[in-house]
Design a protein around this ligand. Structure first.
Ligand code: GDP
Ligand code: MN
Length: 381
């Protein structure tokens, strides 16, 4: 789950990271009121869950409350990368001398949180990684020892920060790491972290991605979800308890278990096609959930074939087969379908599927199922 800039910054601030004074507004009048309280130049920032808002016209400076009202009116009418702007953040404008990048992600290779810093702040870090990766400095954080002073000092030095800012940089880096841990985040980022004319460090932008699987521990954070920013498919999947990620391939996948879903995607690639989605229907899936999953898959116009790959353990294949048939009744698929059901009650499951009026190819091995699905998607059946 992604958090908005204003939400991320407030969480950072709760852990000692300095942020500009400011508040959110949903109307131009509210924006004016916030600007009046701040007294002075402000920056009006669209709150949408995408980067590059600046370039898209979603960030503007305003010198007076009247101007803030007018600019907020313009920004509140915008759509940025397909997302309507419903809120703006009005922050005290910063006098920016230098923009740096500071972020933390979970690094799978070192199996630790990795802190990254760069002197190339303000632009998207993916862009920096592409154009001059040597400008990104990183340290791996030992989860037992925590972030150490020598590590933040090394980062500050490596990005060429002036010595007078080391202490402030260290405090901010620790605050960011604390916030990252406390919120069970998978990403926490300040881009840019700026050096102001007064010589202070200030987090001008903030971004956090929370681990959905840890949200049950944070009801307060879960309540921050902006349902407006979810696609229809994402919302339906979440409400049905499905792990669903849309991709851009042509083979829809319905699988039980995340590992099996990964393996199915890999083998589809291996046989020369691409998966249209990652979808884990979970254990013990009932007919209704199967139907929702199938509806999500078929709503994607890129889908040319569907592969069901079910391993029956606690989940019984006959239950899933009944679910698939019920789903067909509800959804009426028009693309070729391949099913591989193995494990508990597989014979019963296959018998149920064979009685279906829909044309459903069956397979016993994963390789066979994937090859059939790939061939079907190419219309070679
Ligand atoms: P993003 O484009 O969505 O990542 O939004 P940011 O919050 O990072 O803002 C983009 C850029 O706008 C920053 O890199 C700054 O250059 C500029 N900016 C943001 N806030 C201020 C501010 O208070 N004062 C000034 N002068 N520039 C700002
Ligand atoms: Mn930014």
């Amino acid at each position: 789950m992604k958090l908005h800039e204003y939400q991320s910054k407030r969480l950072f601030a709760a852990h000692g990271v300095p942020i500009p004074a400011g508040d959110v507004a949903s109307t131009p009048q509210e924006a004016r009121r916030v600007a009046e309280e701040l007294a002075g130049a402000v920056v009006v920032k669209s709150q949408v869950l995408v980067g590059g808002r600046g370039k898209a016209g979603g960030i503007k400076l305003a010198q007076t409350p009247a101007e803030a009202e007018q600019v907020a009116g313009e920004i509140l009418g915008l759509e940025i990368k397909g997302l309507p702007v419903r809120k703006v953040l009005i922050d005290e404008a910063a006098d920016i001398q230098q923009e740096i990048y500071l972020g933390i992600v979970v690094d799978r290779t070192s199996r630790r949180p990795a802190m990254m810093a760069s002197s190339e702040g303000g632009v998207e870090i993916e862009e920096v990684a592409r154009t001059h990766p040597e400008a990104i400095k990183r340290v791996a954080i030992d989860p037992f020892l925590g972030l150490r002073g020598y590590q933040t000092r090394a980062l500050a030095k490596d990005i060429g920060l002036a010595g007078e800012h080391f202490r402030a940089f260290d405090r901010i880096a620790r605050g960011l790491y604390e916030a990252f841990l406390a919120c069970d985040a998978s990403l926490a980022e300040i881009n840019p972290l700026v050096v102001t004319g007064e010589g202070d460090l200030l987090a001008v932008d903030g971004k956090m991605v929370l681990d959905d699987n840890a949200l049950f521990r944070h009801p307060d954070l879960a309540g921050m979800r902006d349902v407006d920013e979810e696609t229809d498919a994402e919302r339906q999947a979440r409400e049905a308890g499905l792990s669903y990620v849309q991709l851009d391939g042509e083979i829809g996948c319905m699988v039980n278990g995340a590992g099996l879903a990964m393996a199915s995607m890999d083998i589809i690639k291996h046989f020369g096609a691409a998966p249209a989605n990652f979808l884990d229907i979970g254990g013990g899936a009932k007919a209704e959930r199967v139907a929702t999953a199938l509806r999500l898959i078929l709503a994607d116009p890129n889908v040319k074939a569907v592969l069901f790959n079910i391993f029956g353990g606690i989940t019984r294949c006959d239950e899933v087969a009944k679910g698939i048939l019920a789903a067909f009744e509800a959804v009426k698929p028009t693309v070729p379908l391949v099913a591989r059901l193995v494990g508990t009650n597989e014979t019963e499951g296959r018998a149920i599927l064979e009685g279906s009026e829909y044309e459903l190819m069956t397979a016993t091995t994963l390789a066979e199922a994937a090859q059939k699905a790939v061939a079907a998607a190419r219309g070679a059946v």
